[in-house]
Design a protein around this ligand. Structure first.
Ligand SMILES: *[C@@H]1O[C@H](CO)[C@@H](O)[C@H](O)[C@H]1NC(C)=O
Ligand SMILES: *[C@@H]1O[C@H](CO)[C@@H](O)[C@H](O)[C@H]1NC(C)=O
Ligand SMILES: *[C@@H]1O[C@H](CO)[C@@H](O)[C@H](O)[C@H]1NC(C)=O
Ligand SMILES: *[C@@H]1O[C@H](CO)[C@@H](O)[C@H](O)[C@H]1NC(C)=O
Ligand SMILES: *[C@@H]1O[C@H](CO)[C@@H](O)[C@H](O)[C@H]1NC(C)=O
Ligand SMILES: *[C@@H]1O[C@H](CO)[C@@H](O)[C@H](O)[C@H]1NC(C)=O
Ligand SMILES: *[C@@H]1O[C@H](CO)[C@@H](O)[C@H](O)[C@H]1NC(C)=O
Length: 455
C-alpha cells in the first residue's frame, strides 16, 4: 500500500520534473538596490526611504544586455520604481537593482513627485523605445495614499534619455482606475499605438504616437465575471474584482492590424479583437460585435499577465491559482482545454507568476513574486520569494500542446512516405496500363485521404 503510494508519488515528481522547461536565472529573498555608496544605503535605511520588505518586483522586460524590473510604490520605502540588472554579470543570482535611467529620475522633484512614480509593467518596442506605463499612485496599500494622473513615459533605449511624457487626460482616468498592463503595436515606428488596460474601471486607453493623443475604449468583455472573483493562492483565499488585465498583441495580420488577445483578471475566458476597432473610438462603439469570445480555460483558471510571441504565434499566460504558466497557439481555431499547453507549474517556485515576455532573441521570460502572500501576509526574508525564469521559446513549448515543430516534422515524414508509396504504385502500374494520369489521380486520392485523416 505504502509502496504503491510512493511509486505514484515518484511518477508524479518525475512527470513534473519533465514539465519544468524553464531555468531559474535570478532569485531573491529580498530586493536590494545599487546605491551610490554604502553610506547612502545606510542613510536610506535609517530614514525609511528604503524599507526592504516593502519592495516587490512586479514587471519585467528584456532589451539587449539588460533585464528591466519594476518595483511599484504600493508601500513606502521604495527607493526606485524602475530598475535593471546587467544580464552579462553572472557573478550573482541575486543582483542588486540599478535605478533606470538614473537615481535622479526617482527623487521627489519640485512638483512633489519623482519623474517615474509607480510603474507596474513596461514594454521595450522594436524601435528601441522603452514604454513605461506609470500608474501614478503612491502608497495605495497604506493609509497615506497619494494619487497623480497616470502617464506614459517613453525613453530612448540607445541613449537612456527621456523622449516623451504623456499624462493621461483627466476625463480618461476614473476614480477607481488602475493601469497595470501595456501592449505596444510597433509595426510602424512612426505610427505606433500603445494600449493601456484599466483594471479598476474597465477600459483601454489607446495612445497614438503620431498624434500624441489618447482615447478611451470600453466594452462589456472588459468587465470582471462576478462568478470568477474568488482566488486561492498557497492556501490563502481572497476576492478580487479586477477587470481587463492580460493583453497580448499578435504580429500584424494580412490587413496590417494586429489582434489583441485579452482577459479580465476575474474571469476564466479569453477574448480577442482586431486593433482596427481600438484605433478609433467611434469605430469601436459602432462595432461591439468585433470583440470576440474565444473560449474558457475552466473553473479556477484565472490569469494575470499574458504575452503573444509574434514569431511562433503562441500566447503565453499565467494561471495564478495553479502556480503555473501555460500557452495556447493562436493559430488554433478553437480555444479549448485540450489545446492549452502547460509550460511550468510549481507550488513553491512559481507562486504568483506576475509577468511574461518573449525577447527579440526568442527567449521566454517569466517573473514570479508571491504577491498575494506579500499583500495579505508577510514574506519570509530567509526564503527565496522572487524568481526570474527563462528558456528559448522552442524549448519551453516543446512536447506541449503549443509545440510548433514535431507536428510539422511528423507531417513532412508522412507526406514523404506517402510520396514513396504512390511512386512505387505508379511505377508498377505504368508499364502495363499505358494510362499515364491514373497513378497521378491515385496519388491525389491517397494524399487527400491522408490529409483529411490528419485534420
Ligand atoms: C560568466 O560569464 C563569462 C563570460 O560570458 C563566462 O566566461 C563564465 O564562464 C561565466 N561564469 C559562470 C559562473 O557562468
Ligand atoms: C503622508 O505623505 C506625505 C507626503 O509624502 C507626508 O508629508 C506625510 O508626512 C505622510 N503622512 C503620514 C501620516 O505618514
Ligand atoms: C504631447 O501632448 C502633451 C499634452 O497632452 C504635451 O504636454 C506634450 O508636449 C506633447 N508632446 C509632443 C511630443 O508633442
Ligand atoms: C479556500 O478555498 C478553497 C477552494 O478554493 C477551499 O477548499 C478552502 O477550504 C478554503 N480555505 C479557507 C481557509 O477558507
Ligand atoms: C501593409 O503594410 C505594407 C508595408 O507597409 C504595405 O506594403 C501593404 O500594402 C499593407 N497592406 C495592406 C492590406 O494595407
Ligand atoms: C474615426 O472613424 C470615423 C468613422 O469611420 C471617421 O469619421 C473619423 O474621422 C475617424 N477618426 C479618426 C481620428 O481617425
Ligand atoms: C523515400 O524515398 C527516398 C528515396 O527513394 C528515401 O531517401 C526516403 O528515406 C524515403 N522516405 C521515407 C519516409 O520512407
Amino acid at each position: 500500500m505504502g509502496g504503491t503510494k510512493t511509486l505514484i508519488f515518484l511518477q508524479l515528481v518525475y512527470i513534473t520534473a519533465c514539465m519544468e522547461q524553464l531555468d531559474i536565472i535570478y532569485e531573491w529573498k529580498q530586493l536590494d538596490f545599487q546605491f551610490l555608496t554604502p553610506e547612502a544605503r545606510q542613510q536610506a535605511l535609517d530614514s525609511g526611504s528604503f524599507i526592504p520588505e516593502n519592495n516587490i518586483p512586479m514587471g519585467l522586460e528584456i532589451y539587449g544586455d539588460r533585464l528591466f524590473i519594476t518595483v511599484p510604490r504600493w508601500r513606502s520605502g521604495v527607493p526606485a520604481s524602475l530598475t535593471y540588472v546587467n544580464l552579462k554579470d553572472n557573478s550573482t543570482k541575486s543582483p542588486k537593482l540599478i535605478p533606470y535611467p538614473s537615481w535622479a529620475a526617482h527623487q521627489i522633484g519640485s512638483d512633489g513627485k519623482p519623474e517615474i512614480v509607480s510603474p507596474f509593467r513596461i514594454r521595450a518596442d522594436r524601435c528601441d523605445r522603452l514604454w513605461v506605463l506609470d500608474n501614478g499612485k503612491i502608497g495605495n496599500l497604506e493609509t497615506n495614499k497619494t494619487k497623480f494622473l497616470p502617464s506614459l513615459i517613453i525613453y530612448d533605449l540607445k541613449t537612456d534619455t527621456l523622449i516623451r511624457k504623456y499624462v493621461f487626460p483627466e476625463e480618461q482616468v476614473k476614480e477607481e482606475s488602475g493601469f497595470a498592463n501595456i501592449a505596444v503595436e510597433d509595426t510602424d515606428c512612426d505610427k505606433t499605438y500603445a494600449y493601456a488596460a484599466d483594471l479598476g474601471k474597465p477600459g483601454i486607453v489607446v495612445y497614438s504616437w503620431e498624434k500624441n493623443e489618447s482615447w478611451r475604449i470600453t466594452h462589456h468583455f472588459f468587465h470582471p465575471d462576478p462568478l470568477a472573483c474568488d482566488f486561492s493562492v498557497k492556501g490563502r483565499n481572497f476576492s478580487w474584482t479586477d477587470a481587463i488585465f492580460g493583453i497580448g498583441l499578435s504580429a500584424p495580420n494580412a490587413d496590417n492590424f494586429s489582434t489583441l488577445y485579452f482577459h479580465p483578471m476575474a474571469s476564466y475566458n479569453e477574448f480577442a479583437v482586431s486593433t482596427e476597432y481600438l484605433r478609433n473610438q467611434s469605430v469601436a462603439d459602432a462595432n461591439f460585435n468585433a470583440f470576440k469570445l474565444l473560449g474558457s480555460r475552466g473553473t479556477n483558471a484565472q490569469s494575470s499577465a499574458s504575452f503573444v510571441d509574434p514569431k511562433t504565434g503562441v500566447l503565453f499566460y499565467s494561471l495564478v491559482n495553479l502556480n503555473a504558466v501555460a500557452c495556447w497557439r493562436t493559430t488554433n481555431k478553437e480555444y479549448l482545454m485540450k489545446n492549452q499547453g502547460r509550460i511550468y507549474m510549481d507550488d513553491v517556485k512559481m507562486i504568483y507568476p506576475t509577468d511574461i515576455k518573449v525577447d527579440y532573441d526568442e527567449n521566454l521570460w517569466v517573473l514570479s513574486n508571491r504577491m498575494p502572500l506579500w499583500m495579505y501576509d508577510k514574506l519570509d526574508p530567509n526564503d527565496f520569494n522572487f524568481r526570474v525564469f527563462s528558456a528559448p521559446v522552442l524549448n519551453a513549448i516543446s512536447h506541449t500542446a503549443c509545440d510548433v515543430t514535431p507536428r510539422s516534422d511528423i507531417l513532412d515524414k508522412f507526406v514523404n512516405k506517402l510520396k514513396n508509396v504512390t511512386n512505387k504504385i505508379a511505377n508498377k502500374i505504368k508499364p502495363n496500363s499505358g494510362v499515364s494520369n491514373n497513378p497521378l489521380s491515385l496519388a491525389v486520392v491517397l494524399l487527400i485521404s491522408a490529409v483529411s485523416l490528419l485534420m
